[in-house]
Design a protein around this ligand. Structure first.
Ligand code: NAI
Length: 706
């Protein structure tokens, strides 16, 4: 293998180039190469200044995640960075593409930083349950001050070059993307004395570690702590980052770095870090389906959407924002007008969030979007996504109409939440061209896309769906056909476990609180209010003919529905939403309805601890997830994790339900299920896969690809 770091000196300027595709990760070989080249530069009497660049699409990536959890091989990254800074001749980091995590820490060890316009600079470690561990928490606040450093480190979000220049993180922005050239030009400016700032006085050497400690106040730190405690929802890394940055304000650099290492090592050992790393890898592995190897996606440029309600308008918005041409079909002009207004509102939201300019929004509305009542306008669409009412009869009419007008190469997709895609495909004479594309609400924001593969779906369609998801900025997961696919099927089950607890004595509010304290974005009853209680009611009605006599019915949910308490949209559901508020308040009337439901069902209520609530909820989720994997509805346990993380508000730092199950121990989960079965052996039937894994002493992770 060729050297990942090379050294070359011309006319007094040493060019040190890192080349470790694909992202120039700071592996042991790179660290060693950097160390050697910097030492060579120091010794090279011909070299007056060094320019450090990355080969390929970015400057330097972060640490090599493949080395995580293994003993650190010398030289360590902090040692390399300190060696760079210790040079007696100036070192310039010439950055393009991105400098993230360890990459930015190296750049901060250099004496000068120049970046190409549009470069991203950031410290994403908290997203992996860590803090910057190679001097970043001590150098960044010295360069940019405490508030900016904390914003960057605790959010993990990167900033663009212009912002980085404004805050002092870098010294110059150039438009030239050839960083060897731009770096050398900047090096000449430095040597000629054409570049100077308040930190370059007598010498050309400016060491970040020698800058004065940044300042802060008790009040500022207190405000940050309060803010982060609320937003972290049990996640510890951001609070540790706060602690580390605070240390930079009162410890000298060396002591600060020692403390940073201590905090970093503490985090390295936490289950949260393991959960976040699992989530990170699961997201990358989820598209790696062996059956798609060598299968090429079909071209898609025009997308048809049938139905412009909540989902249709959201899907159209998502496609428009990604540059597709969209033709949207509704039943009549009034519904079309409403759909246009919803899309315009969604785009206005994107403008407000800074994702889109106002003029681009106007162009999208006038040039990319066509709304029509006539299905024939879909004749040229490459992909048509149906998002009409959740009724097989309505879907039949739509798919028969689409079959009559769509071009032979068109892909026909349904956004159904639960219905049988094989049955829908059979409404057409081209079942091989039909699949499910299950978006989540709000479709222009939620990242998950379940790609539901029916019996006859051609592999090219699946490849196209994965390519589409990428263009839409979403994460696709392959699912098989069953009632609710991966996510909604598992949801139905754990949701029932919650309803059973309400019937048996827990209040919906206690359940929501216990689960949000566990880390879920929302509790199940707040979710019902958001989605609308009519959705759950319609699902129960649809399933009623198939329902088993031993299934327990959530009478209280029907009662609320019958009272017109449909959730946020009617101002009341499980919670009250006075004056259009989106924050629900508890309502004693609901407690009374629940009490009445228990009386009707002849149940004597008992107390539930928060711990038992979580145990039951998780056991139900894991048990059904095991069935979903065993039946091949989800390809691997990691697919379930990605679905729950991206579509159902599962706490990312817990890694997903299958990872959590391994963490708890499958034997313990099975024991819980057997215990709960003593009261209800119909609902709590252990999944055979779970039993088998326990018998073999294995975890779900043993089924995941390595
Ligand atoms: P919605 O009731 O908001 O919208 C349905 C729209 O379809 C209405 O605007 C209606 O006028 C239109 N429509 C009905 N028949 C039509 C026809 N023959 N031709 C053209 N337009 C027609 O319903 P929503 O919530 O958007 O759901 C649509 C589909 O998406 C359903 O299958 C649902 O299960 C699924 N879904 C819903 C999610 C949600 O959170 N609301 C999430 C994921 C999937």
């Amino acid at each position: 293998m060729s050297d990942p770091v090379t050294y070359e000196c011309q006319q007094g300027i040493a060019l040190i180039t890192v080349s470790n595709p694909p992202v120039n990760a700071l592996s042991q070989a790179v660290r060693e190469g950097l160390h050697t080249c910097i030492a060579r530069f120091d010794r090279d009497d011909n070299a007056r200044i060094a320019v450090l660049i990355g080969d390929g699409r970015l400057f330097l990536g972060g640490a090599d995640i493949a080395e995580f959890g293994l003993p650190t091989l010398a030289p360590s990254l902090p040692d390399v960075i300190n060696r760079v800074e210790a040079c007696d001749k100036p070192v310039v980091a010439a950055i393009h593409g991105a400098a993230l995590g360890g990459g930015l820490e190296v750049a901060m060890g250099a004496h000068y930083r120049v970046a190409c316009k549009g470069t991203q600079l950031g410290m994403p470690e908290v997203k992996l349950g860590l803090i910057p561990g190679a001097t970043g928490t001590q150098r960044l606040p010295r360069l940019v001050g405490v508030p900016t450093a904390l914003t960057m480190i605790t959010s993990g979000q990167s900033v663009l070059s212009d912002d980085a220049l404004r805050t002092g993180l870098i010294d110059k922005v150039v438009s030239n993307a050839d960083m060897a050239k731009a770096g050398v030009e900047f090096a000449h400016e430095i040597l000629n004395g054409d570049f100077s700032d308040s930190h370059t006085q007598d010498s050309l050497i400016r060491r970040t570690s020698e800058r004065a400690s940044p300042t802060t106040t008790e009040q500022e730190m207190g405000e940050w702590r309060t803010k982060l405690t609320i937003s972290a929802k049990g996640e510890v890394a951001a609070l540790k980052a706060l602690e580390a940055v605070q240390l930079s304000t009162h410890l000298d650099f060396k002591k600060g770095v020692q403390q940073e290492r201590r905090l970093f090592n503490e985090l390295m050992d936490t289950p949260q870090r393991a959960g976040l790393i699992h989530a990170f890898f699961a997201e990358r592995k989820v598209a790696g389906l062996p059956e798609l190897a060598g299968v090429h996606p079909l071209p898609v440029s025009t997308i048809g959407v049938v139905g412009g309600g909540t989902m249709g308008a959201g899907i159209a918005t998502s496609a428009l924002l990604s540059g597709f041409h969209v033709t949207l079909i509704e039943r009549n002009d009034e519904a079309l007008q409403k759909a246009r207004e919803t899309i315009a509102g969604n785009l206005a939201g994107a403008v407000k969030r800074g994702k889109l300019t106002a003029s681009k929004r106007d162009t999208i509305m006038t040039t990319q979007l066509v709304t029509q009542t006539d299905y024939r306008s879909l004749a040229e669409a490459d992909l048509i996504i149906e998002a009409v009412f959740e009724s097989m009869e309505v879907k039949r009419n739509v798919f028969e109409a689409l079959d009559a007008i769509a071009k032979p190469t068109a892909i026909l997709a349904s956004n159904t939440s639960y219905l049988d895609i094989d049955e829908i495909a059979a409404f057409t004479n081209r079942p091989e061209s039909v699949l499910g594309l299950h978006f989540f609400s709000p479709a222009h924001i939620m990242k998950l896309l379940e790609v539901v593969v029916a019996k006859q779906t051609r592999p090219e369609l699946v490849a196209t769906a994965f390519a589409l998801a990428k263009r839409l900025g979403k994460t696709a997961v392959k699912a098989g056909v069953c009632d609710g696919f991966i996510g909604n099927r598992i949801l139905t089950h754990y949701r029932s476990a919650a309803d059973h607890m309400v019937l048996d004595g827990a209040s919906p509010y206690q359940i929501d609180k216990a689960l949000t304290a566990y880390g879920f974005a929302m509790g199940p009853y707040a979710v019902s209010d958001l989605a609308g209680l009519d959705i759950g009611f319609a699902t129960r009605e649809r399933r009623a003919p198939l329902s088993h006599p031993r299934e327990r019915h959530p009478i209280f949910a029907d009662d609320l529905y019958n009272l017109g308490r449909l959730g946020q949209k009617t101002g009341s559901g499980y919670y009250l939403y006075p004056k259009g508020s989106r924050r629900g308040i508890e309502d004693p009337a609901v407690e009374a309805i629940v009490v009445q439901a228990r009386v009707e069902a002849g149940i004597t209520p008992r107390l539930f601890s928060d711990e038992e609530i979580v145990r039951r909820y998780m056991a139900a989720m894991i048990n059904e997830a095991a069935r979903v994997v065993e039946e091949g509805i989800a390809t691997r346990p990691l697919d379930v994790d990605v679905v729950l993380l991206y579509g159902y508000g599962f706490p990312r730092w817990r890694g997903g339900p299958m990872h959590t199950a391994d963490d708890i121990g499958l034997a313990k989960v099975l024991k819980d299920i057997e215990l709960f079965a003593e009261q209800d052996d119909f609902f709590w039937q252990p999944a055979p896969l779970l039993q088998r894994l326990v018998a073999e002493g294995r975890g779900f992770s043993s089924i995941n690809p390595r």
